[in-house]
Design a protein around this ligand. Structure first.
Ligand code: GDP
Length: 644
């Protein structure tokens, strides 16, 4: 098998395999078997490679694998795999896991025969440990490929407690030996060195950036330095920072700042921290607390030493021998240099010349600079670098990955853009208050998104807080937007885009907004009593809200002739006296003020043509489901049910 794997790697040539996002053991391998055969059509040529060995006829696939891995296993572009999946109605992205059965169907469609790997075959290391592969050949994180990497640190804490000062103090006190003259550039992250070991600091303090990155799936931080001013103690944002660090399961080191101040009272702060479950070492806990002064540059080195200590315990490692992946730390459009982005390499090694994709942006690393503004040719894990060569400005928090060539980068970027457009074009599932519960039961809805409009600020606040209290563990109430004023088109747009419902309190709905809501299937609910509003949402959350319907009569017709059609019974020749009938209308047959039948339409025709609707002033033929006892002079009343 090892031989087959290396063949697979060689076959890709060029910049080597794309970074694997696969889970351990999910690698696909070609089974030995008769050469040639099945895979000739799409073949390896789809990757733009020429010297590809002929594909064997049976390809082994693991029980689950990513779209990308399937593409590689088949020797075709992952994009083609995605297209096939879309053909089956499956919108899978390149990193999505699909099961063997799905993979086999796609493979068969492309002319490949596959078989499922047995569980024990999926176990990883097949490459002899002595054979240290070059990074371009490696896709998996095997233990022998892992190397220690510097910790990545984010500084958090309450406003004015000294986060920025501390980041400045660390940056300036620690000028790495032998690189004097390197002027620190503000690129969003920087590295310092102590005892020959590096530490990477993210230069945007605060938990907002940290959490925004996490929301995009980027866990960039290994250690949080919590700055608490010794003269001010624990404050609201201190608590928030602790909550965010805990949510991300990132270890916290406390920097007790401003100890130069006479008012500083470290013991009080330690007590406050203990109350929040952060017990410092000197009190028998395991939280490291370093008293510092950012202003006087006191104990900064001790803080750094402790960061290294925590990092050592965490045994932070990464595989540098693979194409780079990581996260965008900062980005901007430079007037002369074009899009500029600071990337934090998390795995692999980034090189000048590498092709990469960031979200829907493709690019090639034209030039790369370190945090001192010096050109560099490569960047290993935990290294921040500023790069040039992107076609557009990515967003901070976006993930990047190096791919084999420019063509692939562009194709993936284009595919992602197309997928997003397609997803946007698909009409969102109707989100009504009643349906939220149904969707929650199916496990689809995890939160009820609400857009709230009210007449005055004074009513917005109490409504918001009462709604927020209604959320449960399983179903959260999330107010996406709240504002004063009538419900307008933009509110409905936002609701539609985010599967939200719109709630209005003492406001009305613009005509255009109502039309858009109808078209987009957005639920707008109007109230003038807070209690009712809150109760409705509560009922919806607990699944008790029954939809209420009202009947709307859409039109009437008069029966002018009755025709007998053998087999199908009788149909009525009618004249539409007012309104409209559609194929979906419900109908009542009324004779002498008596309703003789109430039911559905079986057929609706004009002359011999089936029609969807007939308007006032026209003649038509109609057949009903389970009723045909028409008489000339009967009135047909058409109606529909409308949700209130
Ligand atoms: P941030 O909002 O947390 O980034 O706080 P800053 O770094 O902007 O600091 C807020 C204020 O506290 C500034 O006026 C700093 O000069 C001051 N400051 C920061 N660190 C210290 C310190 O160690 N000692 C004293 N005395 N003042 C400090």
């Amino acid at each position: 098998m090892a031989k087959d794997r290396s063949k697979n790697a060689t076959r890709k040539g060029g910049n080597g395999p794309t970074p694997a996002t696969k889970p351990q053991g999910a690698q696909a391998r070609r089974a030995s078997g008769p050469a040639g055969g099945g895979g000739s059509a799409p073949g390896a040529g789809a990757n733009g490679q020429s010297a590809a060995p002929a594909a064997p006829s049976v390809i082994e696939l693991p029980s689950s694998l990513t779209v990308r891995d399937l593409g590689h296993a088949l020797g075709v572009s992952p994009i083609d795999v995605m297209k096939k999946l879309i053909g089956f109605g499956i919108m899978a992205n390149i990193n999505e896991l699909i099961d063997y059965d799905t993979a086999a169907i796609v493979a068969a469609e492309m002319g490949f025969e596959t078989r499922e790997q047995k569980a024990e075959e999926e176990e990883a290391p097949k490459v002899a440990p002595t054979q240290l592969p070059s990074w371009r050949d490696v896709q998996d994180e095997r233990p022998e490929n892992l190397r220690p990497r510097p910790p990545v640190v984010t500084v958090m804490g309450h406003v004015d407690h000294g986060k920025t000062s501390l980041l400045d103090a660390i940056r300036n006190t620690n000028v790495v030996e032998g690189e004097a003259g390197g002027i620190t550039q503000h690129i969003g992250a920087y590295q310092v060195e102590l005892q020959g070991k590096k530490i990477t600091f993210l230069d945007t303090p605060g938990h907002e950036a940290f959490t925004a990155m996490r929301a995009r799936g980027a866990q960039a931080t290994d250690i949080v330095v919590l700055v608490v001013a010794a003269d001010d103690g624990v404050q609201p944002q201190t608590k928030e920072a602790i909550a965010h660090a805990r949510a991300a399961q990132v270890p916290i080191i406390v920097a007790l700042n401003k100890i130069d101040k006479p008012e500083a009272n470290p013991e009080v702060v330690k007590r406050q921290l203990a109350d929040l479950g952060l017990l410092v070492e000197e009190w028998g806990g395991n939280v490291i607390c370093v008293p510092v002064s950012a202003k006087k540059r006191l104990n900064i080195e001790e803080l750094l030493e402790n960061i290294l200590l925590v990092a050592e315990v965490a045994e932070l490692k990464a595989n540098p021998f693979r194409p780079a992946t990581g996260v965008v730390v900062e980005s901007r459009l430079d007037k002369t240099r074009g899009p500029v982005a600071t990337l934090l390499v998390q795995r692999g090694t980034l090189h000048v010349g590498d092709n990469l994709v960031i979200g829907e942006i493709a690019g090639r690393v034209r030039a790369m600079f370190d945090d001192k503004g010096r050109p560099v040719s490569e960047a290993t894990p935990s290294t921040p670098v500023m790069i040039l060569g992107l076609s557009d400005v990515p967003k901070a928090g976006d993930l990047f990955e190096v791919v084999e060539d420019e063509r692939t980068a562009k194709a993936i970027a284009a595919e992602r853009a197309q997928q997003r457009q397609q997803a946007a074009a698909v009409r969102p599932a109707r989100v009504t208050l009643e349906e939220v519960f149904a969707r929650m039961q199916e496990g689809k809805a995890k939160e009820l998104n609400i857009i709230l409009k009210a007449d005055v600020q004074g009513s917005l606040e109490p409504i918001e807080s009462s709604l927020q209290k209604l959320g449960t563990e399983d179903l959260k109430v999330k107010i996406l937007h709240s504002a004063i004023g009538n419900i307008g088109e933009s509110d409905v747009m936002l609701a539609s885009a985010s599967s939200a419902i719109v709630i209005g309190f003492n406001v009305s709905v613009d005509a255009a907004a109502r039309a858009l809501a109808e078209q987009e299937g957005v639920d707008i609910r109007l109230y003038n009593v807070i209690y009712q509003l809150v109760e409705d949402v509560e009922k919806a959350l607990s699944g008790m809200l029954e939809p209420t319907y009202k009947e709307v009569v859409t039109g009437h017709a008069e029966v002018r002739a009755v025709f007998s059609i053998s087999k199908r019974g009788k149909v009525a020749g009618c004249y539409m006296t007012d309104g409209q009938v559609t194929r979906a209308s419900s109908v009542r047959v009324i004779r002498g003020g008596q309703v003789l039948f109430d039911g559905k339409i079986a057929s609706l025709k004009r002359f011999t043509e089936d029609v969807k609707e007939v308007n006032a002033g026209f003649e038509f033929g109609i057949g009903l489901e389970k009723y045909d006892d028409f008489q000339v002079g009967d009135t047909l009343e058409f109606y529909k049910q409308e949700r209130v």
